[in-house]
Design a protein around this ligand. Structure first.
Ligand code: NAD
Length: 283
């Protein structure tokens, strides 16, 4: 994989949750290209295996492991395999996350009579189970793998954790209250954890990607014909650089935060990679 620059991760073991997904498969390939041995964890084993095959074809070292970030036992089993086949974990990337239609309202704004409507998802009939699913996936799904894999990292040289937050964490986006709140909790937890582990030698930071077209947001960004939805046009108009990001454009920030040389004193930051979206007031 072509990288914007190289960092030395030789002999390091990197665990990446959600590693079969669009963004995190790119992260997995990037850290493998820097010499790390990579454990690609995903609920979808076949997606993890595909990424592993691609890494191995390029001469890298990786294993694919089926794991659910919401089940401690599944993560403990994954850790056992990582330790046996690759060694103890140096780098944890908490990438598994996403939204769910049940945590999403149909309309952006309250409309008169919403409280009585059954034919759409208004704020009033949002399903608590949907909200819970999104909160758990993003927040607990970051906390539980950290509980499991950080045990390997205590007192290690250059250990680091990278969480994946979002633009929603700075200011919520319309329609997705659960995802917005859940990603705000990921940013908050990143700061908490950075402080908590500061004496244990583990740096903790997060990336906050702006808008990248991937599977989890495709239905919101493109219509059936593959054209931009109204929401896409709105996003682009609020992104000073005037386009969606390409997933490869996250790699520079990723490698910077993981680098124990370049980012040796960077701890507890949430770094936006967003084409200026979070800086723009709209005027
Ligand atoms: P994606 O859906 O392609 O990848 C998510 C991966 O997580 C999938 O492979 C999925 O199988 C896996 N996963 C889901 N539930 C899991 C579970 N319980 N246990 C283990 N694995 C599970 O999504 P993506 O766009 O690549 O997103 C990656 C991360 O980036 C997510 O945390 C997402 O919220 C965040 N993010 C994405 C964007 C974007 O524009 N795409 C923007 C900001 C933040």
């Amino acid at each position: 994989m072509k990288l914007p620059f190289q960092i030395d991760l030789k002999d390091k073991v990197a665990v990446i949750t959600g590693g079969g997904g669009v963004l995190c498969s790119t992260f997995a390939k990037a850290v493998a290209s820097c010499g790390a041995k990579v454990a690609v964890l995903d609920l979808r084993k076949e997606a993890a295996d595909k990424v592993v095959a691609e890494i191995c074809a390029e001469g890298g070292c990786a294993v694919g492991i089926a794991a659910n970030v919401l089940e401690k036992a599944s993560l403990d089993a994954a850790k056992e395999r990582v330790n046996r086949e690759l060694g103890t974990c140096d780098i944890l990337i908490n990438g598994a996350g996403g939204n769910h239609p049940k945590g999403t309202t149909t309309n952006e704004y309250y409309l008169e009579g919403d409280e009585d409507r059954e034919d759409l998802i208004s704020f009033f009939n949002l399903d608590p189970a949907g909200i819970e699913f999104v909160f758990n996936l993003n927040f607990l799904g970051t906390l539980l793998p950290t509980q499991v894999f950080a045990k390997d990292m205590i007192g290690k040289k250059d250990a680091t954790i990278l969480n994946v937050s979002s633009m929603n964490a700075f200011r919520p986006l319309t329609k997705i209250p659960a995802y917005s709140g859940a990603k705000a909790s990921v940013s908050n937890f990143t700061q908490w954890l950075a402080v908590h582990f500061s004496k244990a030698g583990i740096r903790v930071n997060a990336l906050a990607p702006g808008f990248f077209a991937t599977d989890q947001n495709r239905a919101l960004l493109f219509n059936e014909k593959g054209e931009y939805t109204e929401r896409s046009h709105k996003i682009i108009s609020q992104t000073p650089m005037g386009r969606f990001g390409e997933k490869e454009e996250l790699i520079g920030a990723l490698l910077f935060l993981l680098s124990s040389e370049a980012a040796s004193f960077v701890n507890g930051v949430v770094l936006p990679v967003d084409g200026g979206f979070s800086a723009y007031s709209g005027v």
